[in-house]
Design a binder for this molecule. Structure first.
Ligand code: F6R
Length: 593
């Protein structure tokens, strides 16, 4: 995944790179590094750890005219100093930062080793810098070396490259994002607009297999075949880019507490004068389809399960929800006229981009539900609906999940033409505020009791099962406790073997159709020694339940009760002393397959 920033001709380039890397650390944060192009050498400072840590390694006076920086999410090789970027070529003439995956790096590395070239790291990225440096020995022309290298490299890459003795910042890109920002008397590159948005609103988007360079005055771009191309700049706004904790200790807590506002904002955006306000052709395409195919990953996949249920229950349109990384290798197109809905908070998830390419070959209608206008998926799909959730900084998705479910509900309600569904959703929002104001202490109590457990189970059926899946994912990703979600009826088919004395089992009971069966499940796990924590709605509650929530239409469970699950995961992680917003091994945007 990784984030890239570079600049040329910028006053105080070092501060720009450091701040830019901090902005991009949603793309990975296990190591960082910067290269300064000096007159006689390329100076590199890098290490495992945060951008601030690396900055502390750089002497105060260090600066330069041409700089490249990187924040890493390890794909090839452990997060350590050697594997951190920038990578220096074997002859110390070139340095490179890379985001993506070089699929044929073993083959290329062996070829270079057979020519006597030595490697320091375990990364695929070092292969590219050595490949370009070795071709350059023959061509004596960096652009020609890059052009030839592109023909040899297979995989995804966004690369910033510097060459000793030249005041230029070279770029090349395929299937990973890279933007050039145009300044006044200086130019920049970055993985997305956020590090550059305070400096410029003018950007050049590099296309796949394009390459070129920037100087402080110009940006020169070529196609794969070496044809010079003129690109018009695109403008981007600063909207969606500011990161501010607003007095909260963590972004996650702030983002959970923004959920009611986010949902109200969605309502305001997609309804007007008591009517839904969606693109008419989108609604008509959905009405005419005989099957909805959902594609998503992680939390977004969980939202699609809820959305699927809405389509089936409220519109009687059959659906299939697929995990994108599975579907990509075994694409299925149920129905004669399927309509495809991608769900992705970031709009940059590589598994989904892969799926989008497959769907495009079939010329099927596509919708992307995303929080990120201008993202690769947003640009690539026929229709896009924006979540308007505001930037979600915490790696664990909360408000974006709630917004995904809410928007899916609004779409279904619009196809059905029933404005009351949207109104019911808005009328239920005070319950979320009630949870915030009244249940935090109880949730903290539960968090304290379960925080040192090795394994935790979530149980539910129907909407409560989808909720359990999301609750379990959230807990494991930020508390590092093994957790599993089990559909109530599946317990006896295997998982109950794991229940022993003191195993925490968190049970959601918010649906009257399945409530009685869930009470039966509770008895089953209790008799095997489980410590049970029930979260129920008032009409279905028993006195012993831990958290009892006011009544609301049960299809809203994933929006309302998810907040309880999010708080629980948050407090467990907090009490364990972990970095809530930046859990280990993860990144906010998963831009590698
Ligand atoms: C978990 C989480 C991830 C993402 C997944 C897909 O809290 O956020 O599971 O949902 O990586 O990301 P997007 O939605 O950006 O495609």
């Amino acid at each position: 995944m990784c984030g890239i920033v570079g600049s040329i001709g910028k006053n105080n380039g070092r501060d720009f790179i450091i701040e830019g890397l901090k902005t991009l650390d949603y793309r990975g944060y296990d190591s960082a590094g910067i290269a300064f192009l000096k007159e006689k050498e390329i100076k590199i400072y890098k290490d495992a750890g945060s951008v601030s840590h690396v900055n502390s390694l750089i002497p105060n006076k260090e600066n330069g005219n041409v700089l490249i920086g990187h924040t890493r999410w390890a794909t090839h090789g452990k997060p350590n100093m050697i594997n951190s970027h920038p990578h220096l070529s074997f002859n110390k003439q070139f340095a490179l930062v890379h985001n993506g995956v070089i699929e044929n790096f073993v083959e290329l590395k062996n070829k270079l080793i057979s020519k006597g070239i030595t490697f320091n790291s375990d990364t695929d990225s070092e292969v590219v810098v050595n490949l370009i440096a070795s071709i350059y020995i023959d061509t004596n022309d960096v652009l020609e070396a890059i052009k030839r290298a592109i023909k040899e490299i297979k995989g995804s890459y966004a690369i910033g490259l510097i060459h000793l003795g030249e005041d230029k910042l070279y770029v090349l890109k395929n299937a990973s994002p890279l933007l050039i920002g145009l300044g006044e008397g200086y130019n920049m590159i970055a993985s997305d607009a956020s590090p550059m948005i305070e400096e410029t609103s003018k950007f050049l988007e590099l296309g796949d297999e394009e390459y070129g360079y920037i100087t402080s005055k110009e940006a020169i771009i070529y196609t794969r075949d070496g044809k010079h191309i003129h690109k018009d700049y695109v403008t981007k706004e600063a909207e969606m880019i500011r990161h501010d904790k607003n007095g909260y200790d963590h972004f996650m807590l702030k983002e959970i507490e923004e959920i009611p506002t986010v949902i109200k904002r969605l309502f305001d955006f997609y309804t007007k004068d008591n009517e839904y306000h969606f693109n008419k052709s989108l609604i008509s395409k959905i009405k005419k389809s005989d099957h909805i195919i959902f594609l998503g990953c992680g939390t977004s996949y969980h939202a699609s399960l809820v959305g699927g249920r809405y389509f089936e229950e409220m519109l009687e349109i059959p659906t299939a929800s697929y995990i994108a990384s599975e579907w990509a290798f075994h694409p299925m197109f149920p129905g004669k006229k399927p309509f495809i809905i991608f769900i992705s908070q970031s709009g940059e998830t590589a598994d989904l981009i892969h799926c989008m390419k497959i769907v495009k070959e079939r010329h099927l209608d596509t919708l992307i539900i995303t929080n990120t206008k201008g993202s690769t998926l947003e640009r690539g799909c026929d229709y896009s609906l924006i979540l308007h959730a505001g930037v979600e900084v915490s790696v664990a998705s909360t408000k974006a999940y709630a917004a995904q479910v809410a928007l899916l509900l609004l779409i279904v309600a619009a196809v059905k033409g029933d404005i009351n569904i949207a109104k019911e959703m808005i009328a239920s929002l005070p319950i979320i505020s009630h949870i915030k104001d009244n249940y935090k202490d109880k949730i903290k109590e539960i968090a304290n009791e379960i925080k040192d457990k090795k394994s935790i189970f979530y149980l539910g059926r129907g909407y409560d099962y989808y909720l359990s899946l999301e609750a379990s994912l959230k807990l494991k990703e930020i508390s590092y406790i093994h957790s599993e979600a089990i559909a109530g009826g599946e317990l006896k088919h295997g998982p109950i073997a794991l229940i022993e004395d003191g195993t925490p089992v968190i049970v959601f009971i918010t649906d009257k159709v399945t409530a009685a069966s869930m009470r039966g499940n509770i008895e089953e796990v209790k008799s095997r020694g489980a410590s049970v924590y029930v979260i129920s709605t008032k009409n279905l509650s028993r006195d012993s339940d831990k958290i009892i929530i006011e009544e609301y239409p049960s299809y809203l469970s994933s929006i309302i009760v998810s907040t309880v699950a999010f708080y629980l995961a948050y407090y467990v992680s907090l009490f364990k002393g972990y970095d809530v917003d930046k859990p280990r091994n993860l990144a906010k945007s998963v831009t590698v397959e």
